[in-house]
Design a protein. Structure first.
Length: 285
């Protein structure tokens, strides 16, 4: 069970936004490595072993592609790895490219965890009172995508059951035409149902099933303090990393990476605390 996802949606939403912002601010191997490990471990907690398939098929290729691409098309640095027809390919270009790829990979992994934690219901509870029409449109769009896929599969199964050939462009165009017709009909039915329920006729009150508790307040304060400290460290030039012309770190210190490590591990520490509490209570039975 993921205890962190039980926090108020505002706490979870701000955590993911803050940790991604700090990841993008500190483009250096230390902070990116911390972000990568923490996001991977949290996704492993959320999705189990399926994350390894995602890691090897998508995340690692992104990192390697960015590193090789930057090394092939950028010209800076003094540490020459090899030369081809007088063109030098340097370690500095490779390292910076890997860091850029790791930045993208970290953001993708954190947003993957975001999608698992912040459901449509939580998103609507969080922003429904502020931008109700936009949130409603967003939630309907998210629902519409899997609904269209399921309808397309049903149309293809119906064609197969009728003995029709489902291969080829002509068959695909027929299925697409039927899918568009069904989608438009369902859209009209949804609009009529919402109008019958009085949507848009008067000012609506936002309903939320989530209450802001003391634990949510404490978690939010901790997340905000760590985020502010990380932003201050970045503005003050702490733990700067450069690849041009040589690889070097400036203003090294343990406080900035420690604060980011604590910020990134809040979901894991929350789950670990809950698991330890559960084992303790289980031992008392």
């Amino acid at each position: 069970m993921d205890r962190f996802s039980k926090f108020h949606p505002a706490v979870c939403f701000l955590f993911f936004m803050f940790v991604v912002i700090v990841t993008l601010m500190f483009v250096n191997p230390v902070f990116l490595g911390i972000s990568f490990v923490c996001s991977f471990l949290y996704l492993l907690k959320l999705n189990g072993k399926e994350i390894f398939n995602f890691l090897f098929k998508f995340i690692i290729p992104i990192i390697l592609f960015a590193g090789v691409f930057n090394m092939l098309f950028c010209r800076y640095g003094v540490t020459v790895l090899f030369s081809v027809k007088g063109i030098n390919f340097t370690l500095e270009c490779l390292i910076y490219g890997l860091c850029a790829g790791l930045t993208v990979a970290d953001a993708v992994m954190w947003f993957s965890a975001y999608n698992a934690v912040i459901t449509t219901e939580k998103f609507m509870a969080l922003f429904g009172a502020i931008i109700p029409n936009t949130v409603l449109l967003f939630s309907m769009t998210i629902r519409f995508i899997p609904l269209m896929k399921r309808t397309a599969d049903e149309i293809k199964e119906a064609q197969t059951g009728m003995g029709e050939d489902t291969s080829g462009l002509k068959s695909a165009i027929r299925r697409f035409s039927a899918l568009v017709s069904i989608s438009l009909e369902k859209s009209i039915e949804t609009a009529d149902a919402m109008r019958a329920r009085g949507y848009g006729s008067k000012k609506r009150k936002a309903y939320s099933a989530y209450s802001f508790k003391a634990a949510d307040c404490a978690a939010l304060i901790l997340i905000a303090v760590l985020f502010i400290f990380c932003v201050y460290s970045a503005a003050a030039g702490k733990f700067e990393f450069s690849c041009n012309p040589v690889i070097e770190f400036n203003n090294l210190g343990i406080t900035a990476p420690s604060a980011f490590l604590l910020l990134s591990t809040i979901p894991l520490l929350t789950d670990l605390t809950e698991d330890a509490r559960w084992l303790y209570l289980k031992s008392k039975i």
